[in-house]
Write a protein that binds this ligand. Structure first.
Ligand code: IPE
Ligand code: IPE
Ligand code: MG
Length: 263
């Protein structure tokens, strides 16, 4: 996909066209990860039950997935349900699962049309059988696609992922002296994918809530006050533009100072 593909999708004269043209297409984040937060507060602000916020959040997922795919992002990871989210009332959890199933069914065509490969990360074997079946069907149906990968994080925990990777490394018979960071990363759920360059969290919360703990080592963090159900193409473009203004150092010194021969 390409900037042209994104521009063609935005109605002429819409302010998002201007935003999209500002993006440097050669400096896109390869991997964008999003903590989709604030559904409950969005609903509370409208005197609605929390689950209405989750329902409204589906439109934000649609808009974000299509924008990222058209722009040419390689990997998009969406935090949909954490291992800690089981602490919520059972009715909220069951509604979330029902919405997930509905989303998977209604979005399959859009995923195929946009050449998106769907993938799930997390301890999904602990989910209900019908959800596992739906996830497997979507993964299989999109398995041949070559465009963006969407990782949906479900029953996901960053620490659990690291423990699972350690277990797999042991099972694979990796000797302690053979184990290094690169080898270890090949046992994570995101094996073979670039680490997130940009981590977005909506609803203003300044925490990572057990998301991709290993992979976000050098991610640029962008927090917006926008609640997830209000997040659209415009907000993703704004996050990417903010990312493109950052200077990434990875522990080194600023490239401009390096060029000037700073010590
Ligand atoms: C994020 O919104 C969705 C999930 C965690 C599933 P929340 O439900 O956490 O919304 P707030 O944070 O209570 O507003
Ligand atoms: C993080 O949001 C999990 C997801 C977005 C799925 P939470 O709302 O669960 O995080 P905390 O509890 O505020 O840290
Ligand atoms: Mg929350």
């Amino acid at each position: 996909m390409s900037l042209e593909s994104l521009l063609a999708w935005i109605p002429d004269g819409h302010p998002d066209q201007h935003l999209a043209r500002e993006v440097s297409i050669d400096r896109l984040p390869a991997h964008v990860a999003i903590i989709m937060d604030g559904n409950g507060r969005w609903a509370a602000g409208r005197h609605l039950p929390r689950v209405e916020g989750h329902r409204a959040g589906i439109e934000a997922v649609r808009s974000t997935v299509e924008t990222a795919a058209r722009l040419g992002i390689r990997v998009l990871t969406l935090y949909a349900f954490s291992r800690e989210n089981w602490k919520r009332p059972p009715t909220e959890v069951s509604t979330l699962m029902r919405l997930l199933k509905r989303y998977l069914r209604s979005e399959l065509n859009a995923l195929l049309r946009n050449d998106i490969r769907f993938n799930v990360i997390g301890r999904t074997d602990h989910l209900a059988g019908d959800i596992i079946d739906e996830l497997s069907a979507t993964t299989a149906a999109t398995g041949g696609n070559q465009g963006m990968v969407v990782n949906l994080a479900l029953n996901y925990g960053g620490r659990a992922e690291i423990v699972d990777a350690a277990r797999r490394a042991i099972e694979a018979g990796v000797a302690p002296d053979e184990l290094d960071e690169q080898r270890f990363a090949a046992f994570l759920y995101t094996a073979g994918q670039p680490d997130p360059d940009l981590l977005i969290r909506t609803s203003g919360e300044m925490r990572v809530s057990n998301f991709l703990l290993w992979q976000i080592a050098y991610a640029e963090i962008y927090v917006t006050d926008t609640y997830w159900p209000d997040f659209r193409r415009q907000h993703l473009l704004e996050a990417i533009l903010a990312y493109q203004k950052r200077e990434r150092r990875y522990g080194g010194i600023s490239p401009s100072r390096e060029a000037a021969g700073a010590r």
